[in-house]
Design a protein around this ligand. Structure first.
Ligand SMILES: *Cc1c(COP(=O)(O)O)cnc(C)c1O
Length: 513
């Protein structure tokens, strides 16, 4: 670093720094303290940090102008404002990836939201049997519903499906061997890999067959005295195509029954409805697996089910009872907000048509091309209106086009769903700069850049998102129009972190975790 101030300059510069009392006593800060908009401790911390940073700039010769009180105030207030923004907040998902793991997977149904609020607003009967006036069990709130909907004898819900698999393996096969096909050693987004979960659970994984073909005889030959489980993982985020063979679940169940080894299936997404009735590829349903005679099925609460993050374990009564008694069951148990939201989500499944219209994940996945087109036309009209109002009507191009959406979240692998997008381009401003500016809005908008345009996929936009998006765009266009915002074009395109690029995300399911 070249030093650009002299020692004499420096002492003058240090003297120009306001003291902390001057900063805290300034009217702009006094007003915030008076209204209670910002706590004193936070303002003090931010003011000190800015003064320290300025002092360091002077010491290292980076600072040549005297420091004005106003500059310190502006910086401290901006830092305090930023610190008061919640870290976890709502964003608008315009990527078209319905179960976007980076963006929180499933949006809750209204009934689920209301149930979570109601259960946590006051005390709740989480572990209390109201009729009997004594202690109850927290899993009772969802068990009967899961059994009713799936045909299972018993059920348990835990923190997520990774936890469900871990608990199942630990309770049924720790210290024993678990047999699994080489074609099913799934990795879900890096942190969940079947071999690693097996190791963590204390079971010894025995791989059988080959990557592309596994026969029933491969399982049969591997069964020995120390075999604890036959394990099947649904290849939920990839497909094996070509010269391939998997053992049918019913054959695996027959083998397990004959050799007295329980069979566990990790279904991953776990759908309760036959989605082919809505034009989507048929995914194996939980009911079908249980009907085939599997001892335990595990699946996620927030993938195709469309509920809160949870892992659902259901199957035979005696086996579920063993899981319930394992110490990990307590460590992995669900909180009351999640249980309330899960119960409310499951209740909606009693009527499949209600489920599809009320659960946002299912609604988005089953949105017809006609409805997508209508939504996109509506959004485009709104965007044009907003652009005209801010005087950018000439400069912004708003087009409506056919595109493809992805289910995401390691669900419905390889399925592209026809959709309609609104494509936005601005003469002066690059798509990358627009994309960056959209992420910086009060409600950040996550959209994809494709061929120098910004694409808003309406599949993942709810009605309230469209309203919110219009008002956010109005803010952005106003800034663009009076050029009060410095859109750092070069910086935006060169500094963009690949892993955060929604376009890259869309094309690479492994990044969805
Ligand atoms: C998604 C998935 C998991 C992990 O489920 P989470 O709910 O994300 O913990 C495990 N197994 C399969 C097959 C999956 O698809």
């Amino acid at each position: 670093m070249t030093v650009s101030n002299t020692p004499t300059d420096r002492s003058a510069l240090y003297r120009s720094l306001p003291n902390i009392d001057e900063v805290l006593g300034a009217p702009a800060i006094a007003r915030l303290l008076q209204t209670g908009e910002a706590p004193r401790a936070l303002l003090l911390r931010c003011a000190r940090a800015e003064l320290d940073a300025l002092r360091a700039d002077i010491a290292q010769g980076r600072r040549t102008d005297p420091v004005e009180l106003d500059e310190v105030l502006t910086r401290a207030l901006a830092a305090a404002h930023a610190a008061q923004q919640p870290s976890l907040r709502r964003v608008i998902n315009a990527t078209g990836i319905v179960i976007h793991t980076n963006l929180g997977r499933s949006v809750l149904a209204r009934a689920a939201l209301e149930a979570a609020v109601s259960a946590s607003q006051g005390y709740a009967n989480l572990e209390y049997d109201i009729a009997a006036g004594k202690r109850g069990s927290r899993t009772d709130h969802v068990e009967a519903l899961i059994c009713e909907l799936t045909g299972a004898e018993a059920a348990l819900a835990v923190n997520n499906n990774a936890a469900a698999v871990l608990l199942t393996l630990a309770a049924l096969a720790a210290g024993k061997k678990t047999i699994v096909s080489r074609g099913q050693l799934v990795e879900i987004g890096g942190s969940f890999r079947i071999p690693d979960v097996m190791a963590a659970s204390g079971t010894v994984m025995v791989e059988v067959g080959t990557t592309n073909k596994t026969h029933l005889s491969d399982y049969a030959h591997a069964i020995g005295e120390r075999t604890g489980l036959l394990f099947k993982a649904h290849t939920s985020n990839y497909q094996l195509v070509g010269f391939t063979e998997e053992v049918a679940l019913s054959d695996l169940v027959a083998l397990g029954a004959e050799r007295e080894v329980p069979v566990v299936e990790d279904l991953g997404s776990g759908v309760l409805l036959d989605l082919s009735a809505w034009g989507l590829p048929a995914e194996p349903t939980v009911q079908a697996s249980l009907a085939a005679g599997v001892d335990v099925v595990t699946f996620s609460g927030d993938k195709l089910l469309g509920g809160p993050q949870a892992g659902i374990i259901c199957g035979k009564r005696a086996v579920i009872a063993r899981l319930r008694r394992h110490p990990l069951a307590r460590a992995l148990r669900l909180d009351k907000m999640t249980l309330a939201a899960l119960e409310a989500t499951l209740r909606l499944y009693r009527d499949p048509d209600v489920a599809v219209s009320a659960i946002p994940t299912l609604r988005a996945l089953t949105l017809t091309p006609e409805l997508c087109r209508q939504q996109a036309e509506r959004l485009a009209a709104t965007v044009r209106q907003v652009a005209d109002a801010s005087g950018l009507g000439e400069e912004l191009r708003v087009e409506v086009e056919d595109e493809m959406s992805l289910a995401g979240g390691g669900s419905l692998p390889g399925t592209e769903i026809p959709t309609t997008v609104v494509a936005l381009s601005a003469g002066r401003t690059s798509a990358a700069a627009l994309e960056t500016a959209l992420r910086a809005l009060p409600t950040p908008v996550i959209a994809r850049v494709h061929e120098k345009r910004l694409l808003f996929d309406v599949r993942t936009l709810t009605d309230s998102d469209i309203e919110l998006l219009a008002s956010e765009l109005a803010t952005l266009f106003a800034e663009l129009a009076n050029s009060s915002v410095m859109l750092r074009e070069v910086a935006a395109s060169s500094q963009k972190d690949e892993s955060l690029d929604p376009a890259a995300d869309a094309r690479d399911d492994s990044r969805l975790k």
